[in-house]
Design a protein around this ligand. Sequence first.
Ligand code: P61
Length: 459
Amino acid sequence: MEKKRSWAEPYKIKMVEPVFMTTEEYRRKAIEESGYNTFLLRSEDVYIDLLTDSGTSAMSDRQWAGLMMGDEAYAGSRNFYHLEETVRECYSYKYVVPTHQGRGAEHILSRILIKQGDFIPGNMYFTTTKLHQELAGGKFVDIVVDEAHDPDNLYKFKGDTDLRKLEKLIGEVGADKIPYISIATTVNMAGGQPISLGNLKALRKLTTKHGIPIVHDMTRVAENAFMIQQNEEGYHDRSVAEIVYEICSLTDGSTMSSKKDAMVNIGGFLAVNDPVIFDKARNMVVIYEGLHTYGGLAGRDMEALAIGIRESLQDDHIRARVGQVMYLGEKMMNMGIPIVKPVGTHGVFLNARKFLPHITQDKFPAQTLAAEIYIDSGVRSMERGVVSAGRNKETGDHNYPNLELVRLTIPRRVYTQAHMDVIAESVQRVYERRDSIRGLKMVYEPEYLRFFQARFEKL
Ligand code: P61
């Protein structure tokens, strides 16, 4: 029998940034002063930062070299043309409008396509995406498969859409009230769960019949493609780059936060195939972001992005990236810690309902758990539960999502396997003393995207 061979990261480390450990007493004070909200901590007070994988990845030597090649012309920067060519070649879209980050693209897209009273179906909500749809007068409708709302369901493609839910909506409101379907690869709020190509093809067929476009939130599309390569019949021999191209070809356009897959600190874009929408978008971008050949980015940012896109599609890179997340997830499962299964691609999501069953959702179990992990070790994570879900616009009550999660998000190419061990051990320590943990009450709540700035006190 052949012995199992280990694999390792396809890079070596050239530059390091020190991180500092604080005392538990210090961290107790720091999180209290931050209103028990990990978004309000100072990064210097964090030991291992798993708040997000957004803009926090390590750039390669090639990307850093790209920064030096920035053409900072106000108009027509060569880096824009490099980016445009890369998007065409790697993602299939004809036209690109750069934006400062993903939500800039969401804003422009929503303003162009959504009319008051429209419905936008999607495979689970994302905070900024849904907000921009609402601000433009639309209403988000969840058409993700039911499995996605169950943290213990082992279905491999929890990002799939439920076509019956979509057909029902079309029957109720009519296709002309649905400006587009919003599909995310992968689904962040479900725990980084992929959509299958089989499902996307079926969705394409149905939407073509009704004349409804598909817009693709391609923030973590390379990770989604890797999961297709690993788990979907017929794709084992296809490269991640080929699968990504096929996914994009099945859609009409995309919004992208390049701060994830493409490993830049800032950047995003809107990409479309329709020249009329492109024309509107490049006119609107000059109002909110910048000229259509830079859209809020420096030339050097666009260069690092163009290079990062190609790096994100390399099979050995993506295998190591997702492999590290899987390593942490499996370690936690072996420790008996309740997490979202199957393990997603960009982080391990703790199931706070099971972790802290004695804390009811109105006392914010996931918010509480993120604070407790920080106190234990200085590991910073993020709430993805009732606080993130916001309020019901009609009733004013909290939205109570089934998923009450803490996200331990892994930046790309930043932390080592030893860091993963330290993280798992910290969560285990908190798990051992879970019975003594009490919930929180919200004492300050901003109007939009409240989870970023809300403040809490201990009960
Ligand atoms: C994140 F707590 N994500 O995961 P922008 N689509 C998708 C994203 O993941 C995404 C954006 C659009 C972040 C940052 C963040 O509730 C939050 O470049 C699937 O951040 O504008 C961003 O892209 C928006 C954290 C955003 C949050 C919203 O950490």
